[in-house]
Design a protein around this ligand. Structure first.
Ligand code: PLP
Ligand code: LYS
Length: 392
């Protein structure tokens, strides 16, 4: 929901742009950290969700760690000032060069995703006189009950080490003094809204924690990943997710041994609601069966609808809210200008009557929005507007 002054300020700007409400981001971070601190949990931010400069600065200042999935993300986290002792590095395909970046910066931990990768990290660390701290990312075969494209913890998924390979991992760990085995890592998927999934995850983590403990490995860290979902349907009802309820699940169901640390890697839950993609209506096409709203933003700015048929709330930004509320409603397919039929933000969307030049906001676009943008069709670079630029 945008107020009149904000909408008027948007009207002055060249579109499309990502609007980031850094005040909401700060409130979200405060809430998440307060809830985590209750249980002594550690929160890392998954940079892949959004590595916009100002967003990263806010998150770094709030004191979160960084979860990275490439050498460049590790470098970005270091450059932004994240504490290297709080940087973790996951990813199924870390190149030698990327592993060396992690070693060079003495990051907190590599979340290792295959037996072969473990051996490579052991070798590279040895050659460079380093000791690499590692956690094994285990694929626990837990169904995240989310879109199949963003499920990561099933046997059929490429992520993590299969349970039957764990004994092989221990052999490698024994072989290399250059490996320090500090933890277990899990991440079963994204946009998880059924909290029972996290209960099932806890049950699995406990089993693996016991398995290693019985073999003499009392691990320092249990990293349960991220995945907490948000409300795409009604972002104004739930601008900040229920972090307390989420962490409480782990408090209740995760069995910590001694002073084991519990780490989280949240992306979407921290940054999605603070972002909107703001676009202008280029054309209203009236058809026989349906009408189209052609926007100046497309799948090149926000590809989630095209890629996952993801729902994002589409809002008409009008300075006359009363007219919008009381006037007639029209059903539109809301599409972008890109030369692809999948370039569609929403089908049969009911909106007030919209005119050429009107502004439209596509909500909950702070996570996996601009980071997944492309220059397809030789599109312009992404533009941004931040709340502190337009409100006194
Ligand atoms: C290893 C890992 N950690 C954390 C995340 C962040 O996930 P989310 O944005 O759903 O919290 C991801 C992305 O799915 C991931 O792959
Ligand atoms: N890109 C996905 C999330 C993937 C998370 C990383 N494994 C999305 O837009 O929902």
């Amino acid at each position: 929901m945008f107020n009149k002054a904000t909408i008027a300020a948007f009207g002055q700007r060249e579109t499309p742009f990502f609007y980031y409400d850094l005040t909401l981001l700060q409130a979200t971070l405060d809430r998440a950290l307060a809830a985590a601190e209750n249980y002594g949990f550690h929160v890392h931010y998954a940079l892949k969700a959004n590595f916009n400069e100002r967003i990263l600065q806010c998150i770094q200042k709030a004191g979160l760690g960084a979860d990275c999935v490439s050498g460049n993300e590790v470098l970005k986290a270091v450059q932004t000032g994240f504490d290297v002792k709080k940087i973790v590095f996951a990813g199924v395909g870390k190149s030698d060069k990327e592993i060396l970046i992690g070693l060079e910066h003495d990051i907190f931990c590599f979340n290792v995703e295959s037996v072969q990768e473990l051996e490579v990290i052991g070798k590279l660390a040895k050659e460079h006189g380093k000791v690499a701290k590692i956690a094994l990312r285990i694929n626990p075969n837990v169904d995240a009950q989310t879109h199949q494209y963003i499920t990561t913890g099933l046997d059929e998924n490429k992520f993590g080490i299969k349970t039957w390979e764990l004994a092989d991992c221990l052999e490698i760990i024994k072989k290399y003094d250059s490996l320090e085995f500090i933890g277990l890592h899990f991440h079963v998927g994204s946009q998880i809204v059924d909290l029972n999934v996290f209960k099932s995850l806890c049950v699995k983590v406990n089993e693996f924690n016991n398995w290693f403990d019985e073999r003499g490995y009392r691990l320092k860290v249990l990293n349960v990943g991220g995945g907490l979902g948000v409300n795409y349907v009604d972002p104004d009802k739930e601008p900040i997710v229920d972090f307390a309820g989420y962490f409480e699940i782990f408090n209740q169901f995760l069995e910590r041994k001694g002073n084991q640390e519990v780490h989280f890697e949240l992306g979407r839950a921290l940054v999605s609601q603070c972002g909107s993609l703001v676009s202008r209506v280029l054309y209203v096409k009236r058809g026989l069966k349906k009408h189209f709203l052609v926007l100046d933003a497309g799948m090149t700015e926000l590809m989630r609808p095209a890629l996952y048929q993801a729902y994002h709330k589409i809002e008409h930004l009008s300075t006359n809210a009363v007219k919008d509320a009381e006037g007639i409603k029209v059903t539109y397919d809301v599409v972008g200008p890109i030369c692809e039929s999948t370039d569609c933000f929403g089908k049969e969307v009911e909106l007030p009557e919209v005119n050429r030049g009107d502004l439209i906001a596509i909500r909950t676009a702070g996570a996996y929005g601009e980071v997944m943008a492309s220059r397809y069709n030789l599109r312009n670079e992404i533009r941004y507007v931040y709340d502190d630029e337009i409100t006194p």
